[in-house]
Design a protein around this ligand. Structure first.
Ligand code: SF4
Length: 675
């Protein structure tokens, strides 16, 4: 049983329709975009104001936290005033953790209630205890008893429920049996689903969120597989929790949500950003629009083979590493390499940028340039010969057909040019010539090709001992909807495996039709993240170039940020920051920015900034250090999952966090600013 109809085309998963008031989710409905208010729920006026602001920018479902019964009671007034303001058709969702009583109150007033199966009926005691089958069964019976009243009342009132599982906040029972794993997340939700179904209640939506896109992707895939085997067809709500802010938050969300949508999974989405909620909506809309345009295409009828990726287990595709430049390899166990495209006209500016201190931690590891004539090739050679305009050691060189073969051969033999990668589209005549040239002079052959041409490519390079070969997708192989570039790269990787070609795979985000429709920076960022993210999180990809950016610094930074978002190359501090909600105990946005300014240079350190202790410690997942709201004006500091300092006055908390990082040997002083 596969989790999706196709890994090569975007074909929407069939689900039943679930309705939150007048808004349908799943079935034939468009992807619904939602967000959450961050005000204190008991401040009815502020919460209504935020709900209106969200609705006015296109939010279709508004979630409001109900941390206690008093807050849940306020939902009645919030609903009434929101409707009076003209938004009666926009459903409200109560977000419940821990308190079934709050859920019972909330269900009276709003169209949808979200519960967290990790804490709905279970107090987390973090007790390490073995559950016998009889113990486990007793626990399930207790769960049945606690959840049943909500199910029955929701059924009576025509409400819907979201079973919203979060990585890091699973019950002790589940943790003991399955661990904090995608399987544990899925089992946790299934327990609640079965109880709801036992009462004939099917107005249910499921979510499996995590701050780690890899975990989140695997959990949703597994959930769908398990639901299919139990003949359950509920819509999915997608989100990456604690994605953070700015470019990183958008990239992480596009990777997690985008990967699943491309595979046809997902009916309603939330992009969680540590920013004002209204900024989440255009990002969510843009991600949804990209998926829906692919879903709208008619499925191709030809029989597809499946690929050999295990969708539930991350393992990197095994490749033969290629020496890329002295002390740098592409493929094998090396981190994915970063290439940046430029033009001959821009070469002097490009080389200046490449050597600037702005890119000290995120170096351009290969330059890609196209020359159209022999004269241009000579000009490039001359520029490479001067130290000031030499540029990165690896030069990915694309030659137009007017370039003289003899001139190219002369340059290939010139050791002063550095290492070349001959970039070209597969051609039965040209490829063997370039391959021989590359093999003779120790250069790289970089072939853009299609899955069907792989056997011919394997034949063309057979017998060239020591040839350094890299493969990428030919522009012409990019399919139109419902196919997608991710599917085309998957097909390419599968074809390489069948032909026993272990060449590293180069992923290229190039200007495509979808980008022309939305040429904004956000559009380009989302395209890059939705292409590279799903591939790298499946273990495919050894090089990445984002070729939509004219500015080389921008291009390099974006490429590193996408690799970091996919969790495959860490180049800076990773921040896990919750989006804030009515439980938040300090200003998350300014705190996140302040902490980032002081610790953003700590490559490989993961810092979580969480608004409350109710969910924060669980959901900060695998962070090295945690800064968590403990009480008003008070911060709890964590090392891993252990709270090491309680109730630190907020004014001292930054310094105490930095001291903790030092104590644990993870601090380095920031580089002095460049003159
Ligand atoms: S961790 Fe943040 S978003 Fe989650 S409940 Fe606490 S304050 Fe709200």
């Amino acid at each position: 049983m596969s989790y999706c109809t196709s890994r090569f085309q975007s074909i929407r998963r069939r689900t039943i329709e679930v309705r939150a008031g007048e808004v349908g989710m799943g079935g034939g409905n468009p992807i619904r975009v939602q967000s959450m208010t961050t005000s204190d729920t008991q401040d009815v006026a502020a919460t209504v104001r935020q709900a209106i602001a969200l609705a006015e920018v296109g939010c279709e479902i508004v979630r409001v936290t109900a941390p206690n019964v008093a807050a849940a009671r306020c939902l009645r007034d919030i609903r009434a005033e929101f409707s009076r303001a003209g938004f009666s058709r926009i459903p409200l969702v109560a977000d419940i953790h821990f308190l079934p009583q709050a859920a019972m109150e909330a269900v009276e007033h709003v169209e949808k209630v979200r519960i967290n199966p990790g804490n709905y009926a279970d107090k987390k005691r973090f007790a390490v205890r073995e559950y016998t089958d009889a113990d486990y069964q007793r626990e399930l019976e207790r769960l049945h008893e606690s959840f049943t009243p909500l199910v029955l009342r929701a059924k009576e009132l025509g409400r819907c429920l979201r079973i919203g599982t979060n990585h890091g906040s699973l019950s002790d029972r589940i943790m003991n049996r399955y661990g904090d794993t995608p399987l544990g997340m899925v089992e946790s939700a299934l327990e609640f689903l079965r109880i709801a179904e036992s009462h004939g209640f099917r107005q249910l939506v499921l979510s499996m969120k995590s701050s780690n896109p890899k975990v989140m992707i695997q959990a949703y895939r597994l959930l769908v597989e398990r639901m299919e085997t139990e003949d359950m067809h509920y819509p999915l709500h997608l989100g990456v929790t604690e994605a953070g802010d700015g470019e990183d938050g958008r990239i992480k969300s596009a990777i997690g949500i985008g990967s699943l949508l491309l595979d046809g999974l997902g009916d309603t989405i939330r992009v969680s950003l540590t920013e004002d909620s209204v900024y989440e909506i255009p990002v969510a809309q843009a991600i949804a629009a990209r998926a829906q345009s692919r879903w709208a295409g008619a499925a191709r009828a030809e029989v597809e083979h499946s690929d050999r990726i295990d969708p539930h287990q991350f393992s990197r595709r095994v490749t033969t590493p290629v020496e890329w430049a002295p002390a740098l390899r592409a493929g094998g166990s090396d981190v994915p390499r970063v290439l940046v495209r430029t033009t001959l006209a821009q070469w002097p500016a490009f080389t200046a940028a490449a050597s600037s201190s702005l890119l000290a931690d995120t170096p351009i590891e290969g330059a890609m340039v196209r020359v159209e004539s022999t004269e241009e090739l000579a000009r490039l050679r001359e520029l490479r010969s001067r130290p000031a305009t030499r540029g990165p050691e690896l030069l990915a060189l694309e030659c137009g057909t007017a370039v003289d073969a003899a001139a190219l051969a002369t340059i290939a033999a010139d050791s002063a040019i550095g290492r070349l990668a001959f970039v070209h589209s597969f051609d039965a005549t040209r490829t063997p010539t370039l391959a021989a040239l590359a093999a003779r002079h120790g250069h790289i052959l970089a072939v853009a090709t299609t899955p069907t041409d792989i056997p011919a490519l394997a034949q063309a390079v057979a017998g060239l001992a020591g040839l350094r070969l890299i493969v990428t997708l030919a522009d012409g192989a990019l399919p139109s909807a419902p196919g997608h570039a991710v599917g085309a790269y998957r097909a390419l990787a599968e074809s390489l495996a069948r032909a026993h070609v272990s060449a590293p795979l180069w992923i290229r985000s190039v200007p495509a039709a979808a980008m022309l429709a939305d040429p904004s920076f956000l559009g380009r960022l989302l395209e890059a993240a939705m292409l590279a993210g799903p591939l790298f999180t499946d273990g495919l990809g050894d090089l990445l170039s984002i070729e939509t950016e004219a500015d080389p610094v921008r291009a390099a930074k974006l490429t590193y940020n996408v690799l970091q978002g996919a969790g495959v190359r860490i180049s800076k501090t990773e921040f896990v920051a919750c989006p804030s909600c009515g439980r938040t105990l300090f200003d998350l946005q300014s705190t996140t920015q302040r902490i980032r300014a002081q610790t953003g240079h700590l490559k490989g350190v993961k810092i979580a900034i969480m608004g409350c202790i109710v969910n924060g410690p669980g959901e900060m997942a695998d962070a090295d250090f945690g800064y968590v709201g403990g009480a008003p004006g008070k911060i709890n500091l964590y090392v891993g999952k252990t709270c090491v300092q309680y109730n630190v006055p907020q004014a001292d908390a930054d310094a105490r966090l930095i001291a903790l990082i030092r104590e644990h040997g993870r601090w380095v002083d920031p580089a002095p600013p460049s003159p």
